[in-house]
Design a protein around this ligand. Structure first.
Ligand code: NAD
Length: 377
């Protein structure tokens, strides 16, 4: 089976889907591996390392797409690239399937099997393939680093002959994978951390990291069968906003990571709350690129409003491209290895598997994923 790894073309993307270490494992499994020249440049991997791992290098991107049986990637393709793939080819990457009708139609028409990394279920067995978690974990760390570098204060308490500096106060909204890592990182730097999440089970996890959980009574909240937060009603969102207002005003740093799977993120920090913060404070909006938890945050940018710095940079894990590549690459490898037929040396699309069918969006000229099919109709 020919496995092809084209270069990522999204501006500012330095991560690679497959590192040389993982390339070696794929070759060892019997794959005919070809990479596009310069694949690993952004993350510091050379073509020679891939060649040493047993891959061949091609500079003909179009041919790479046309000859691939399996494409392993990070970001979604363009419609034009889908047009270059052969029928029956398998394409694995992030796909943003809830928002990409045009791409999904193109995959369907092209007879390409599209597998979405976002749709890997959050089960114990699939943890090793869970790229949302591996990248969110790094994002949590990066967001705190960004905040620290923009804050005109230090995070830890410091007692010196020149006086005592109080620790910085950090408020984390949303304590999923990214939020918990943000809490842990801010604590390690010596900050005083408070956090809130609509899933009550999270309170204990926040406390175990040394954070304080803000209690807000929103009535019925909870989580879906898949472990995700349920969407709040507009009344609940308003209740939450009011209950957070005071903590936000007293915080030096606010980090927002609140997401509702498959939906637009809720706006939880409004302009009047930002106005209540001390000038020089910093807000990091992890969700800026998908709509934002913070009013006025700008995707891919850092803005200042009312003396408060609002960071909406995005591609957080991409800031630590080498580690992010290692983790994503490992997630991809585990997915491939789990579905690899050793006898025929190929990736087998098995609709009886407990993980794979939920991640397949299109197959054999059809949209096979029921959730996405409903959205498309
Ligand atoms: P996510 O990115 O969908 O959301 C981030 C956080 O935002 C979640 O904790 C969510 O509860 C929270 N949130 C939503 N609306 C909010 C609001 N209005 N205010 C405050 N917070 C709000 O979630 P995620 O980080 O990808 O993880 C979701 C869940 O899946 C978590 O329970 C996580 O522990 C679980 N998980 C399980 C596994 C596994 O078992 N294999 C792997 C990864 C994650």
């Amino acid at each position: 089976m020919r496995i092809a790894i084209p270069r990522e073309t999204q501006p500012g993307e330095n991560r690679v889907p497959i590192t040389p270490d993982v390339a070696k494992k794929l070759v060892h499994m019997g794959a005919d591996l070809v990479i596009e020249a310069g694949l690993g440049v952004g993350a510091g991997f050379t073509d020679e390392e891939y060649v040493k791992a047993g891959a061949t290098v091609s500079s003909d991107r179009k041919e790479l797409f046309a000859s691939a049986d399996l494409l392993l990637r990070l970001n979604k393709p363009t419609v034009e690239e889908i047009g270059q793939m052969q029928r029956g080819c398998i394409h694995i990457s992030y796909l943003d399937p809830f928002n990409e009708r045009e791409l999904i139609s193109a995959f369907k028409e092209a007879g390409v099997t599209a597998i979405s990394m976002e749709m890997i279920p959050r089960t114990t067995r699939s943890q090793k393939m869970d790229a949302l978690s591996s990248q969110a974990n790094l994002a949590g760390y990066v967001m705190v680093m960004k905040a620290a570098s923009h804050l005109p204060r230090i995070f830890p308490m410091m007692m010196t002959p020149a006086g005592t500096l109080k620790p910085a106060s950090v408020f984390v909204i949303g304590a999923g994978v990214a939020g918990l890592q943000a809490i842990a990182t801010a604590k390690r730097l010596g900050a005083k951390v408070t956090a809130f999440d609509t899933r009550p089970v999270v309170a204990e996890q926040v406390q175990s990291l040394g954070g304080k959980f803000l209690e807000i009574d929103l009535g019925e909240t909870g989580e879906t069968a898949g472990g995700y937060a349920k969407e709040l009603t507009p009344e609940q969102v308003e209740l939450q906003r009011q209950a957070q207002k005071d903590v936000i005003a007293k915080s030096d740093v606010v980090i927002t990571t609140a997401q509702v799977f498959g939906r637009k993120p809720p706006v939880l920090v409004t302009q009047d709350m930002i106005q209540g913060m001390q000038p020089g404070s910093v807000i990091v909006d992890m969700a800026a690129e998908t709509g934002g938890n913070v009013e006025g945050s700008r995707p891919g940018d850092i803005v200042e409003w009312s003396g408060v710095t609002i960071i909406g940079t995005g591609n957080w894990a991409g800031e630590v491209a080498r580690d992010a590549s290692q983790m994503y690459s490992s997630n991809l490898f585990n997915l491939v290895e789990d579905n690899w037929c050793k006898e025929q040396k190929l990736f087998q699309v098995d609709f009886n598997d407990d993980i794979l069918p939920g991640c397949i969006i299109t197959h054999g000229g059809e949209v096979t994923n029921e959730t996405i099919k409903n959205i498309m109709e």
